[in-house]
Ligand binder design. Structure first.
Ligand code: WQD
Length: 362
């Protein structure tokens, strides 16, 4: 796999707008900042580092050569959030990632999820309105579809009752933004519904850094392979799917990142069809858990220690995207396949492990 930065077809790098990325120290936020910078944007970040590491931006600087300023601000603090906009009057767009996103945790502490994810969004939109920012991109999720009746899902597939408070905050967030843009002609928005973002930047300078024991499949796979976890469980192999395990649409985080740059360009060019356009970000390929494990074992050469366990509450049986709209409207080009996703995730895990071992020995 040859890593080629997703530089837009024009190829000309000229100074474009300044974009505010919330959650810029996080997994998808940091990868998106790299893509924005590689496509000529200036970027600042707001991240309270409650669920992320400031060193992510060191990795961004090593990749791009650009230092990115992070404002360590909690979006629930309106005055501090507003101060960032006041200090940066040349912001023209916002990409909003900052949110709590653990499905299982959200069931345990729903009020924390509603307070953080909804209050943070509302404070941000109040600033977007006051400062008249034209472009707003929202990190949404395929969890808004719930358990779909038909797959692949399109952007007009029905959104069913959310399976978790996390999913409910994404559904509410989409509704709030749609109502906001309908009432504010100065601002337009794009809602990006991610499927399952996985993998790491090919440089292994940035990647996913789960805090505590990971819940998501790929970090569980890589931590089991490296020996951090003694074994892993496949949550159910008695589903009505081709091998009995759940089906998901895994998509490389760099492809997800580039879609955000394309979304900002789409809004800048005023190509949006409505005040608030929606796009699915998935490969369109459904992959079972067992197939994902097989692919990891193939690219890593590591035999995974896994057992079949009981189903996990809240799991969707099968979901994958119809991504035609993002491909045709945004010009989205998917560059990484499942092997690339597993290979970069594994390379990142090995790098993190080597650094942890080195720190232990020092
Ligand atoms: C995938 C499959 C598990 C761990 C995530 C995010 C959600 C959204 C979509 C962006 C399921 C199985 C997992 C393990 C397993 N993304 N699994 N053993 O639940 O699809 O949702 O992606 O917004 O926010 O949570 O992802 O990686 O947790 O699970 O068998 O140890 O892997 O049961 O079938 P999920 P996941």
């Amino acid at each position: 796999m040859r890593f080629v930065p997703h530089v837009l077809s024009c190829g000309i790098k000229f100074c474009m707008a300044k974009i505010l990325v919330t959650g810029g120290c996080g997994y998808i936020g940091s990868h998106t900042i790299v893509d924005l910078i590689e496509n000529g944007y200036e970027v600042i970040s707001i991240d309270d580092n409650s669920r992320s590491f400031p060193n992510s931006l060191n990795g961004v600087e090593k990749i791009t050569g650009k230092k990115v300023k992070n404002y360590k601000v909690d979006l629930k603090n309106y005055d501090e959030t507003r101060a960032v906009f006041q200090e940066n009057p040349d912001i023209s767009g916002v990409i909003h990632f900052a949110a709590l996103k653990a499905v299982g945790e959200s069931v345990q502490v729903p009020i924390q999820y509603y307070e953080n994810n909804i209050f943070g969004l509302i404070n941000l939109l109040k600033c977007v309105q006051e400062f008249g920012l034209p472009d707003f991109v929202f990190s949404s999720s395929c969890t808004v579809y719930g358990n779909p009746d038909t797959i692949p899902v399109t952007e007009t597939s029905p959104t069913k009752k959310a399976e978790s408070p996390y999913g409910a905050t994404k559904q509410m967030g989409e509704q709030i933004i749609q109502d906001f843009t309908n009432a504010n002609s100065n601002s337009a928005a794009i809602l990006l519904r991610y499927f399952n973002p996985v993998g790491a930047h090919p440089s292994t300078l940035i990647g996913e850094q789960p805090i505590g024991k990971p819940q998501n499949l790929v970090p569980v796979i890589t931590q089991t392979a490296i020996g951090k976890l003694p074994k892993m469980f496949v949550h159910g192999t008695d589903y009505p799917t081709r091998d009995g395990s759940c089906v998901r649409d895994y998509i490389h985080v760099c492809d997800i990142a580039h879609a955000h740059t394309l979304a900002i360009r789409y809004l800048e060019a005023k190509k949006n069809k409505t005040r608030c356009d929606i796009f699915n970000l998935g490969t369109g390929d459904g992959v079972t858990v067992l197939e994902a494990i097989d692919t990891f074992e193939k690219v890593s050469g590591v035999k995974l220690n896994y057992e079949t366990g009981p189903r996990r509450a809240g799991d969707v049986v099968a979901i994958y995207a119809n991504n035609n709209l993002a491909v045709s409207e945004l010009g989205w080009d998917i560059r990484y396949n499942l092997e690339d996703m597993m290979r970069t995730a594994w390379q990142w895990e090995q790098k993190i492990h080597a650094e942890e071992e080195k720190a232990k020995n020092n």
